[in-house]
Design a protein around this ligand. Structure first.
Ligand code: GDP
Ligand code: MG
Length: 176
């Protein structure tokens, strides 16, 4: 049931997931405050930031959760209500891409697969010279697993706004 609220029409909880160092916190700060941090700042536990969007004349409040601990977040009751997951890997670090399979398993164990939109995000696309995961590799994995797919750079902001908009629109279509 929808609880009436003056601030927004829909509240979408979304979760950042993926290995340490892939750029989750920087993607989040790009989305919410358009900032980038060269030094990695550790995320303490779980924290969220919100940003308001307009889709279809509706006010959408995106509440984006950033996590530090491996897999732990998905065990929490709160994350079971997530409407979307951004599953991030680093295109310059192949093992972070290999671990996507493990992350996906954890996500699907804890969130109803029919009600969640998962976007696979290959981040650090600005580091083309150090690329270890091809676009094709990312794309075909996403197709096989029925995930949305995008490559981004939190550093130069490539595809961050576009990717998140596509992601939110899919969530919106999923719930309406
Ligand atoms: P998290 O552990 O997944 O939250 O990753 P962080 O956001 O803390 O980023 C880890 C490191 O990668 C930091 O030094 C960031 O500055 C760097 N980083 C994050 N995104 C990008 C990106 O798109 N391009 C480049 N070149 N570096 C990035
Ligand atoms: Mg972080």
């Amino acid at each position: 049931a929808n609880i009436p609220n003056n601030d927004y029409d829909y509240l979408f909880k979304v979760v950042m997931s993926g290995d340490l160092g892939v750029g989750k916190s920087n993607i989040l700060s790009r989305i919410t405050t358009n900032e980038f941090h060269v030094e990695s700042r550790s995320t303490i536990g779980v924290e969220f930031t919100t940003r308001t969007y307009h889709i279809d004349n509706k006010i959408i409040k995106a509440q984006i959760w950033d996590t530090a601990r491996r897999y732990a977040a998905f065990a929490s009751l709160y994350h079971r209500e997530a409407k979307g997951v951004l599953l991030v890997y680093d295109i310059t670090n192949h093992s972070t891409f290999e671990n996507v399979e493990l992350w996906l398993k954890k996500i699907r164990e804890s969130i109803d697969a029919n009600n969640v939109v998962i976007m696979l995000v290959g981040n650090k696309s600005d580091l083309e010279d150090s690329r270890q995961v091809s676009i094709e590799e990312g794309k075909s994995f996403a197709e096989r697993e029925q995930l949305l797919f995008i490559e981004t750079s939190a550093l130069d902001a490539t595809n961050i706004e576009e990717g998140f908009t596509i992601f939110l629109n899919h969530i919106y279509n999923n719930v309406t």
